[in-house]
Design a binder for this molecule. Structure first.
Ligand SMILES: [Zn+2]
Length: 343
């Protein structure tokens, strides 16, 4: 890392901390008085310091979720469904106003056991985008299979390479190394998690196999009256590495399963890993998509372009984000686009 990059990293941390401080609150509060946000959640469960950072990062704890909802309601925000948000974003006259949309990706069981009771307590609508290959199947995505191996072994093998994974630091680094090999492989028929488990002669325990919802449980969520069900594709592939045919197959397989099991035809889409390009958007349009969510720190008051597929940027909800953190992240992203501080 050169001096320039190190300086920027220090500056970045300082600026972010300043933006999150109480001193910045009046300014950002005014600036964002009429802005709306879309938030991205995955697991809703307490953090476990004994597990890998890469997977833990996508958790928000139930107490922090509840704390955020209360803070937002006290701060004058209302929670609206994704469909209602699209209506608000499309209206031309008045600004769409202060609202928040909650989205949950992948289809974890804790969305039923931990998140739904909190959403019901406060009447918060949400949309759930399940990866249908993991629903009621006992099939794990590669990131959980890999974590199980790393937590119990001192080395992990993938595609013939053996990577040291004794200390927690090494385990986290090994996770990232294997991840960077897996994503470009996604346009294939093989089940990467099964390949990984076979190469390491590893069997996943019962607890990990119950991380995802069953179809009955997903049905119970969808009947709660608060949930919309969207399309996140079938196998959670990096679609930017896939042909147009694979992209289409991923979304049609998922849509057909959801329709057969729940009698719902999903019209809202979420890109696995937030990765997409013009080609993926073209496929979604041909499938009659009404919206797609992305991962970018932006407010969502206006649709991107009239007549285009609405792309809705989302920010991850994590512990201790709070309204101050949310506004600071969006303001920082706007600002750094000008002065090139980087994320
Ligand atoms: Zn996902």
């Amino acid at each position: 890392m050169g001096i320039g990059r190190r300086c920027k990293a220090v500056l970045r941390r300082g600026v972010k901390a300043a933006l999150r401080s109480r001193a910045a609150e009046p300014m950002l509060g005014r600036l964002f008085a009429d802005r709306a946000f879309c938030l991205m959640l995955h697991r809703v469960a307490p953090h476990d310091p004994a597990r890998l950072a890469s997977n833990e990062m996508s958790k928000v704890s139930p107490t922090e979720l509840e704390r955020f909802i209360r803070e937002a309601l006290d701060g004058g925000y209302r929670f609206v469904s994704l469909s209602d948000a699209l209506g608000l974003m499309a209206q031309k006259s008045a600004p769409a106003g202060k609202f928040i949309v909650m989205t949950l990706d992948d289809g974890y069981r804790d969305n039923l056991t931990n998140a739904l009771p909190i959403f019901e307590k406060y009447g918060v609508p949400f949309i759930l985008y399940p990866s249908t290959a993991f629903i009621g199947s006992g099939v794990l995505p590669w990131w959980h299979a890999l974590e199980e191996i790393l937590l119990r072994r001192d080395r992990v093998s993938f595609m013939g390479e053996s990577i040291a994974a004794a200390s927690m630091d090494e385990k986290n680094r090994a996770f990232e190394a294997v991840r960077s090999k897996i994503l470009p492989l996604d346009d294939g028929e093989s089940d990467i998690a099964a390949v990984l488990l076979a190469e390491n002669k590893f069997e996943v325990g019962r607890e990990a196999l119950s991380l995802f919802l069953s179809w009955d449980e997903l049905g119970a969520i969808s009947r709660s009256g608060l949930a919309e069900i969207g399309n996140h594709g079938h196998r959670h592939l990096d679609l930017s590495a896939c042909s147009a045919e694979t992209v289409e197959r991923e979304f049609t397989v998922s849509a057909e399963m959801i329709e057969r099991r729940l009698d719902i035809r999903p019209v809202h889409y979420s890109f696995p890993y937030g990765h997409y390009d013009e080609r993926t958007i073209g496929v979604l349009k041909s499938l009659g998509a009404r919206s797609a969510v992305t991962v970018e720190p932006k407010a969502i008051n206006k649709l991107n372009r009239e007549g285009e597929l609405p792309l809705i940027p989302r920010l991850g909800l994590y512990d201790r984000l709070g309204l101050r953190g949310l506004r600071a992240e969006v303001f920082y992203a706007d600002m750094s686009a000008f002065i090139r501080l980087g994320r």
